[in-house]
Every structure is written in structure tokens, then in C-alpha cells.
Design a protein around this ligand. Sequence first.
Ligand SMILES: O=C(O)C1=C[C@@H](OP(=O)(O)O)[C@@H](O)[C@H](O)C1
Ligand SMILES: C=C(OP(=O)(O)O)C(=O)O
Length: 442
Amino acid sequence: MPVARRVPIARAIANLCGMPTPNWPAPVAPGPVDATVALPGSKSMTNRALILAALAAEPTRVVRPLRSRDTLLMTQALRDLGVRVDEEGDDWLIAPGGPRPLGSVRVDVGLAGTVMRFLPPVAALVDGEVTVDGDPRARERPMRPIIDALRALGAEIDDAGRGSLPFTVRGRGALAGGAVTIDASGSSQLVSGLLLAAPRFAKGVEVRHEGPPVPSAPHLEMTVRMLREAGASVETGDDVWRVAPGPLRGGESVIEPDLSNAAQFLGAALVTGGRVTVPGWPSDTTQPGDALRGLLARMGADVSTGPEGLTVRGPGPVLGLDADLRDVGELTPVIAALAALATTPSRLTGIAHLRGHETDRLAALAREINALGGDVRELPDGLEIRPRPLHGGLFRTYDDHRMVMAAAVLGLAVEGVEIEDVATVGKTLPDFTGLWTRMLGV
Ligand SMILES: O=C(O)C1=C[C@@H](OP(=O)(O)O)[C@@H](O)[C@H](O)C1
Ligand SMILES: C=C(OP(=O)(O)O)C(=O)O
């Protein structure tokens, strides 16, 4: 029986017996892929749009948002703060006027960086007590700089001295705001979170970064652009961002397809010598996934854009890559998987902050690719990957959606790759296995 057919039957039996979901056998590509893959909305844009809408003075329609664990956690968290979020067809409608006065509530951020960093500044505007917590791993992700910054801006936060989740924000219905200096080298989201809520701080905010470089520059541009589109006045300089106080507009916030989630599908074209088109690729975007055009071209792909979208073809061997991925860190797991299948070595640097992501991604990628026979060496801020023939085996995923995506890319070319807890991919792409098997025609 073909590998892909076994999966639903095994899962159905396991579900019926109350057993844990079995590992997912990653399908080997039956030949060069030839597919068009329409992708759901961007996680990063959806969660920014929701925060801005919650703080706006007018109703907002978020058009074609992503529905996944991270964005559903955000809608629930905002509802917990008294914000009204309604479904209308594919869209979400957010009513103005929130957050509202509360007694005390608990908010679950799961493992979502965007929720754990974007929500607390909104909680500081609430008249009430908001306890913020998440998955066990969420308690290890960097939070201290934003807790300290919110305190410096006037918030009362009880974190029992931990500097991490869980903590309680005791809001008084308003926040003074003002100037603050933070070290955001651990995550750009620490800056984005402060900026997104700042139009509602009495004095707005000036955030200055001091420390090693801030990662994920495009995500900061996304924050600034979406704030400006919502009517905020934002000034930027070298490692400094200023947001003036003022009302936010509502209206329509149209969510682009998630370009970071295109990585594995476009990568499949390269690995199999086929063709994949992603429709609706924006011509002007702040999404870091847009960098895939250049990165995949350097790895040997033929990349073109047209009215049908972005098309990647794999005309020859996969080439290794020497690249600083600091700006586009979330692309690393899939790029590392492609590098493990390449014909020449790769060196990926500038990504020390990935050790604070869903899991320590540098350690996890090295361990799991090496468990399949690979040759990956951890650097303090990256990975060195030398191609070696791989074999099948279990690929553990550590609650990390992008580890699932990386494993699926390896499985295209390596017989017998079993992906642990494939459902964890639902953090940003719940229909991943459906999209993947349809792309492959298996
Ligand atoms: O602001 C955002 O939407 C994001 C910023 C980045 O975080 P880091 O700067 O912590 O890498 C990125 O990795 C994450 O997936 C989404
Ligand atoms: C790092 C990521 O997520 P988060 O928003 O939880 O930081 C990611 O999606 O790769």
C-alpha cells in the first residue's frame, strides 16, 4: 500500500482506540511536482491587524485572516479582554471600544510569540487584572525586556521576579507611556509589541534598542507600515522608533498569503526538479518570506513572477547556501532541510535568536537531521551543513510547526522519514498535510 494511504487509516484506528496520533510518514515525491498551491493568510499580519483593530476607534474588517492556533489564541485573548470579534464568512469583524473594564481574567498565549509579546501592552490598558500564561516552553521564551519596559512606561506587573511568563498585569485603564530603552536582540517582537499599542498610551512611546542587533527587520517594517496604515504617526531612526498618541482608524485590513509558509512548497519544486506556483504573491510586501525569491535562486532555483503568482522551478541540483539569515530567521528550518539535500555545503549565520523560538531550533535541526545520517554542526549563531546521503527514521518536532515543514522537505527525497506529532503544524498551517499531499498528487 502506498505510504500516504496508510496514514488516515492508522490515524482513524488510533483515534477510535484513544491512542496517541501515530507519526506521519512523510511522502516521498513520486516525481517532479507540478502544482499551484494557494496559501492561507499571514500569521504576522493577522495578529497585528487584530491588535490594531482592538484598539481602533472604528469597526474593522480583517479580510481573509489566517485561522490557526496562533491567531485563534489571539482572537480568544482579545475576547477575554472584552473585545468583540465576530465571524463573517471568511472575515473577522472587530468592534471598537475594547478592551473593557474587567475583574480578573487569565489569558492563554499558547506558544505564540506574537500573542505573548503583543497582548501584554494591551492588557496594561485594561482596567482590571490580566494573568498571562502559555505552554511550558512559552515560559522559557524571552520576555524580560518587555516586562521591564512596560513597568518603565507605567504598568504594574507581578511576575514574582521571574522575568518570564506567567505574570499578572494590574491595569488601571490607561498607561502613561514615554521613552524606554530595551535590549531586543532576543526578538523583534519585543519592540513590535510596544509599538502596536502605543497610539493608546497617553504620551505614545519612544523605544530605543541597545545591544546586539535586533533580528527580523522586515517584521519591524511590517509593524511600522501597519501602524501607519491604521492612521498612527510613526518615526523611525537607527534602532529607535517613536509612535505618537492618537486614534487608530478601522476599515478594512486585507491579509496577504503567508509567504514564510510558502518556503516548503517552493522548496519542493527545487528538490524534485518540478514547478510550484504560489498565487497572490504581493508585489510590495514587508513579509520576510519575500526573501525566498533570492534565497531559492541562490540555491539553484529558477524564480519568476507573473499574473499567476510566484513560480519556482528546479532545473538542476540543489546548491548549498552561505547566508546571514538574521532578517528572515523563521525561514531557517526549511532552508536547512534544503541545504541537507544540496550538492555543496552551507553555512547559515546571524540566527542565535532561534534558540529562543518554539524550541532551540539550531540544536533541534542539528540533532534531527544528524539522526537521519546528516552532517550538521551547530555554530554559536547558526548551522554548518555538509551534504551526506540520508536515511529514514523518526524526525522529532518539539512542538515546532517549522520542524514539521523541514521534515516534510527531507521526506520528499528520503524514504522512511516519520514525522512526530504532525498536528503541531497547526500553529500556523492547520491544513499542511492536505496541501502537501495534494501538491504531490499522492
Ligand atoms: O513579529 C512577528 O510577527 C514575528 C517576528 C519574528 O520573531 P523574532 O524576531 O523573535 O524571530 C518571527 O520569527 C516570528 O515568526 C514572527
Ligand atoms: C518563530 C516563530 O513564531 P513565533 O511567532 O511564535 O515567534 C515562527 O513562526 O517561526
